[in-house]
Write a protein that binds this ligand. Structure first.
Ligand SMILES: [Zn+2]
Length: 646
């Protein structure tokens, strides 16, 4: 560890100068969403956020500072030990939402809450501020080295909790330019450095055995914001060796680990590498991403069973368990993907990003409001949704953030060129270049997108259009001002159009989509139907949806209703090498298909496959057991035997 820290510090100045050449995302305020399911999801999120009461979210911070709160804490996770974590997420979500919409009430709330966080920090007097109940005494114990067996280990992940405030202050400064947030953040960081100054590296590692979000990432961000390398040293110290070491050796030791605890640590490794220049840490992050995406991810882009990484060679628990992929994990995988893409713009990163955003993230909010925690892959199970005044889980926090930042990765740019990553209707304003661009599309409901440019004066630059992995070789068509060009992929998987762009220039893109079946990563006979990047699922009923609107109980976030027998779930019976060819479009309903020749039993053969993101308040099938006639016979015999025994 020590050696790594020395390297990180010595190369700090060098690398920050060098960072200019890499890609950057556009600020959310430069990307306006046009009509699409994504804009609708953002509006639903905005309404949800506006119904929350900032004074109730602030109460834990005021109490901890000894200031009488104006109102009581919310209940659920906000008053059972994780008090204040939603306040942190809410501030990050407000920053995104204001940048994306310019909504004045959102800005008022952001400034109001930052004002109170500032008051709490001043009252505490030493830079400390948080909502962790009884935090002051606990942090003192930590300072004295009493970590294991002290109150730290008995509280509910205090470092994870306080990380949400660190991240909130960073976001309020970096996204919204709130200077007060920056001041509070620096003071809070200094308090933490002082608090831990007498701890050995081993004691800090011991502290990191408890879930701690992206605490290392945020210290690296503070180093970049302030230009002071002492924060980068802290970021390195706060990097969990037990996770980093095997990744440095390119070993996947993730089986059985709490999944969402690990992903933010890796974002931190990547961020520290970006600033400090240690390529081995960047490689570790890339290795982790490849491992998770290729071997541990289901079709919707999510991972984990019961919050933990299942064995990569055995996904049976993924099919059995009612607690499938958690939304927070995908939120964090997307943040990691963005960082990896911006430093190495390969289209494979965006292929994953698209899959996860169009399927898992978009589906994790009910169009009537409410966020999803677990998305079970279990046949014929269902999901439950948060209620605004009742539920304060982690996935409500990341949920509020998710739907405000769909504009984040549609485009990116380097010093000269523009990248068109995603096909989402939007308007981009590239201020530095005097270029704006309108992307009109109803993708994925239509297989085309069009770009129209406006420039203050003619501008020469390359437009890199992503060639999605789901479009067959030589099938993507690109037409510039009425003339078809050769859509040749570069080494990164983009088609580059270099020209002088003028107002009125138009590009149309044709993206032929195909259906396919995608098996679970362990090779077991369970498959999901995909059309282009869209996961198709079937609604199988709306009964027995116990707890559909989650209450404030400890396990309200789990769909605890009846588990329907897996053996009796509909299946795909086929001997064909490409069964997806049997999908028949439903007339007049884009992205709806029947699979009557494949589905067994016959009584269910008319089930309709549709985008998973459009299925709510229902039981569903995403993964189907795939068998041939012989396998079907065996299953029927087994069922018969079981019936006889009953
Ligand atoms: Zn969560």
């Amino acid at each position: 560890m020590k050696k790594v820290i020395a390297f990180v510090v010595s190369s700090f100045v060098y690398i920050t100068c060098f960072a200019q050449n890499k890609l950057a995302a556009f600020p959310l305020s430069s990307v306006q969403l046009l009509n699409s399911p994504f804009r609708n999801a953002r509006e639903t999120d905005l309404q949800y956020m506006l119904q929350l009461d900032p004074d109730r979210l602030l109460a834990p911070f005021l109490k901890e500072a000894g200031i009488p709160p104006k109102k009581e804490n919310y209940g659920n996770w906000e008053s059972t030990g994780l008090d204040g974590h939603i306040g942190g997420h809410y501030l990050s979500a407000l920053s995104n939402m204001y940048a994306a919409t310019g909504n004045k009430e959102v800005l008022r709330r952001l400034n109001y809450m930052i004002g109170w966080i500032d008051s709490c920090q001043r009252k505490n007097g030493n830079g400390y501020v948080s909502g962790v109940p009884g935090g002051k005494a606990m942090w003192q114990e930590i300072s004295a080295g009493k970590i294991k067996g002290g109150s730290y280990s008995k509280k509910w992940v205090p470092l994870y909790n306080i990380h949400k405030l660190f991240a909130a202050l960073r976001d309020a400064y970096l996204i919204q330019g709130n200077e007060k947030a920056k001041e509070i953040l620096i003071k809070l960081s200094d308090w933490f450095i002082d608090l831990t100054k007498n701890l050995s590296d081993d004691q800090i590692q011991e502290m990191l055995n408890s879930e701690h979000g992206g605490i290392n990432e945020v210290f690296a961000d503070v180093a970049a914001i302030s230009g002071d390398h002492k924060y980068l040293i802290m970021a390195s110290k706060l990097s969990h060796k037990a996770i980093l070491s095997p990744l440095l050796e390119k070993k996947d030791s993730l089986n059985g680990l709490h999944a969402n605890t690990q992903i933010p640590k890796v974002i931190g490794f990547k961020r520290i590498a970006e600033i400090g220049g240690d390529t081995s840490w960047a490689n570790a992050a890339e290795f982790f991403w490849n491992t998770v995406v290729q071997h541990r991810t289901v079709s919707i882009g999510g991972n984990s069973v019961h919050e933990h990484f299942n064995p990569s060679t055995d996904f049976s628990s993924m099919i059995d368990d009612a607690q499938g992929p958690e939304t927070c994990n995908t939120y964090n995988m997307l943040r990691l993907t963005e960082k990896l893409f911006l430093s190495d713009p390969k289209s494979t990163y965006i292929d994953y990003y698209e899959r996860a955003v169009f399927n898992h993230i978009l589906s994790s909010e009910n169009p009537k409001g409410g966020f999803v925690y677990f998305t079970p892959m279990r046949p014929q199970h269902y999901r439950v949704y948060s209620q605004q005044q009742e539920c304060f889980w982690c996935c409500v926090g990341t949920g509020m953030e998710n739907h405000g930042k769909y504009g984040q990765m549609i485009y990116a740019h380097d010093a000269n060129d523009l990248f068109v990553n995603l096909f989402i209707a939007s308007k981009l304003d590239w201020k530095e270049k005097g270029v704006s661009l309108i992307q009109q599309t109803n993708f994925p409901y239509q297989q085309t997108s069009s770009l129209k440019f406006t420039t203050t004066q003619p501008r020469s630059f390359g437009v890199h259009i992503r060639y999605p992995s789901w479009v067959k070789e030589e099938e993507m068509q690109i037409i510039v001002n009425g003339k078809r060009i050769k859509a040749v992929k570069d080494k990164n998987g983009f088609v580059i159009i270099n020209r002088t762009w003028r107002t009125g220039d138009a590009v149309s893109i044709h993206l032929p989509m195909q259906a396919k079946m995608e098996y679970l990563p362990d090779g077991s006979p369970w498959a999901s139907f995909i059309y282009g990047p869209i996961v198709l699922a079937a609604k199988t009923g709306t009964s027995d949806l116990a707890g559909l609107k989650a209450d404030g109980s400890r396990m309200g976030h789990v769909a605890g209703g009846a588990l329907y027998p897996i053996d009796k779930a509909p299946m795909i019976v086929t001997s064909e090498s490409d069964p997806a060819l049997q999908l028949k479009p439903v007339k007049g309903e884009p992205l709806h298909f029947t699979a009557a020749n494949l589905i067994y039993p016959l009584s269910l053969k008319n089930l309709v496959l549709q985008p998973f993101s459009s299925i709510h308040d229902a039981r569903y099938m995403i993964y189907w057991r795939v068998i041939d006639e012989k396998g079907l016979k065996q299953i029927r015999e087994k069922l018969k035997q079981e019936q006889k025994q009953e």
